[in-house]
Design a protein around this ligand. Structure first.
Ligand code: ATP
Ligand code: SF4
Length: 319
């Protein structure tokens, strides 16, 4: 098997608050393989965005990286000088956020913005930059006539496609998508995700796809990592997770999404709410909501167990 493109090891991130440290990413170990789509799912506040932004070191204070290692294409991102890191960001790792489309410059055309990105990261002639901008827009399904449009003249879906084109402009090997289509309607969302998948298969970049929508995640990803209260609790190929999730939290999530649930039994939401990360429960953090809780769940943090070659979970009862 090829080396992972990204190796996250025992990675922790805290927010410094008046009441003390809030650990939003707690000892996460996770790889992204070349040319795969790795989904990261979990309820709101489970630490998904903090993980993505902290590993690129773009998370501002009060967040602090408290420990661990992030190896990307063999380089330790946490130890890299800022100048070298800037080279990695956008050139090798690109990111599209939910709000990216609102951050497009209102006073320059979308073509000019893509061309600026190309000029900023290397000497390209004006003609070459224009040709590449056209190629990129076409790649994400935007008609060439729109190269001279301003952001406000485009729909939300089109603007987000422009952001994806900009992210792919420098041939990154990893694209991080953080809820990229959450603000869009479901048809536009599906079209954009299908387009990203087609581009990913053609161009061979890896994707880290963050969402709280498990159904969307299972359709779009090769493997899925499930987060609960700042910790990774299950990791498996998407089809294995759909068929045979092993962590009670993942099983609960699957039962609560209509389109993954498949009918036959009633939809059930998980009782209770995720804990505050200021005062997380001892032991397994899911224990106050878990229907299978046993005594040791209340005091002992479950170890990470490999259940099959590419399937692992952190639950005392997962054997
Ligand atoms: P969402 O899907 O809502 O974006 P998420 O899974 O991406 O959620 P994060 O945004 O990474 O979660 O937040 C994780 C946790 O970090 C939150 O539950 C909160 O406790 C804490 N947190 C986030 N931002 C701050 C902040 N600026 N100050 C203090 N704590 C914060
Ligand atoms: Fe439930 Fe215990 Fe497993 Fe946690 S460790 S998910 S509380 S059975």
């Amino acid at each position: 098997m090829a080396e992972p493109i990204l190796s996250i090891r025992d990675f922790s991130v805290d927010y410094v608050t008046e009441r003390g440290l809030v650990r939003a990413v707690d000892g996460v170990t996770l790889d992204v393989e070349p040319a795969e789509i790795l989904g990261i799912a979990g309820e709101s506040g489970s630490g998904k965005s903090t993980l993505a932004q902290a590993l690129m070191r773009i998370l501002p204070p009060p967040a602090v990286i408290s420990g661990g290692q992030v190896l990307f294409e063999g380089r330790d991102l946490l130890a890299l000088p800022e100048d070298d890191l800037r080279e990695v960001r956008w050139k090798r790792i690109a990111m599209v956020f939910q709000s990216a489309m609102d951050a497009l410059n209102p006073v320059t055309t979308v073509g000019e913005q893509i061309e600026e990105t190309l000029h900023a990261h290397g000497a390209v002639s004006a003609d070459a930059a224009r040709a590449r901008a056209l190629e990129l827009l076409e790649m994400v399904g935007i008609p060439s006539a729109s190269i001279d449009a301003y952001a406000h003249q485009l729909s939300g879906g089109m603007r987000q496609r422009v952001c994806i084109a900009m992210a792919l402009a420098l041939h990154p090997s990893l694209l991080i998508l953080d809820e990229p289509t959450t603000a869009l309607d479901v048809i536009v969302e599906r079209e954009i995700l299908e387009q990203i998948r087609a581009l990913q298969r053609r161009l061979g970049f890896a994707v880290m796809f963050i969402t709280h929508d498990l159904a969307r995640m299972l359709q779009f990803s090769d493997r899925v990592a499930i987060f609960y209260a700042a910790r990774l609790v299950e990791l498996a190929p998407a089809d294995a997770l759909r068929r045979a999730a092993r962590h009670p939290y993942t099983q609960g999530l699957l039962r609560s999404f209509p389109s993954v649930h498949g009918g036959g039994t009633e939809l059930q939401s998980i009782p209770g709410a995720p804990p505050s990360l200021e005062t997380p429960p001892a032991g397994c953090r899911f224990h106050p909501r878990c229907g299978r809780v046993v005594d040791r769940c209340r005091t002992q943090n479950p170890a990470w167990r490999t259940l099959a070659p590419s399937h692992a979970a952190a639950c005392h009862l997962a054997e």
